[in-house]
Design a protein around this ligand. Structure first.
Ligand code: RB5
Length: 151
């Protein structure tokens, strides 16, 4: 599986760690965003680059990281068809896949520790969408993106 991963400067160190972890597990990663922890980089730009990789079907999954995970998830969710879930624990990560079919996981590097972050990433990557009644909810969300939607 090809994974797109982007971060601002606040998420740089965690991004590098997660990339190393994912590569060890055999995943290929495309990186976007900050080139160091010290040089400021827009979380909006980094998030949108990952969202665009999902929209173009260049990758199957995305991971975005900023200080809190808030700004970068808000940015991703502005893009058509994108469901980006900010997760603070493994349960949220599993639900983000099983119930919400989130194509992008958002993490807050200043909120959670590195071992929890890796564990969240593993559960997110391993999880799969359950469909069924959850698909109906996803469709309800998608309808909000269509201005002619009457629902
Ligand atoms: C950068 O200082 C910080 O604002 C950013 O990483 C993020 O937390 C925004 O939501």
């Amino acid at each position: 599986m090809l994974i797109s991963i982007g971060s601002d400067h606040a998420g740089f160190a965690l991004r590098r760690m997660i990339v190393t972890h994912l590569q060890k597990k055999g995943f290929e990663c495309i990186e976007h965003g900050a080139v160091s922890e010290t040089e400021p980089y827009s979380y909006v730009k980094a998030g949108l680059a990952v969202a665009s990789d999902i929209q173009s079907h260049r990758v199957e999954r995305g991971i975005v990281i900023c200080g809190t995970g808030i700004g970068i998830s808000i940015a991703c969710n502005k893009k058509q068809g994108i469901r980006c879930a900010l997760c603070l624990n493994e349960f949220m990560a599993r639900m983000a896949r099983e119930h919400n079919d989130a194509q992008i996981l958002a993490l807050g590097a200043r909120v959670i520790g590195t071992s929890l972050a890796v564990s969240i990433v593993d559960d997110y990557i391993d999880g799969s969408f359950e469909g069924g009644r959850h698909q109906e909810r996803i469709d309800e969300i998608s309808q909000q993106e269509n201005p002619s939607s009457k629902k």
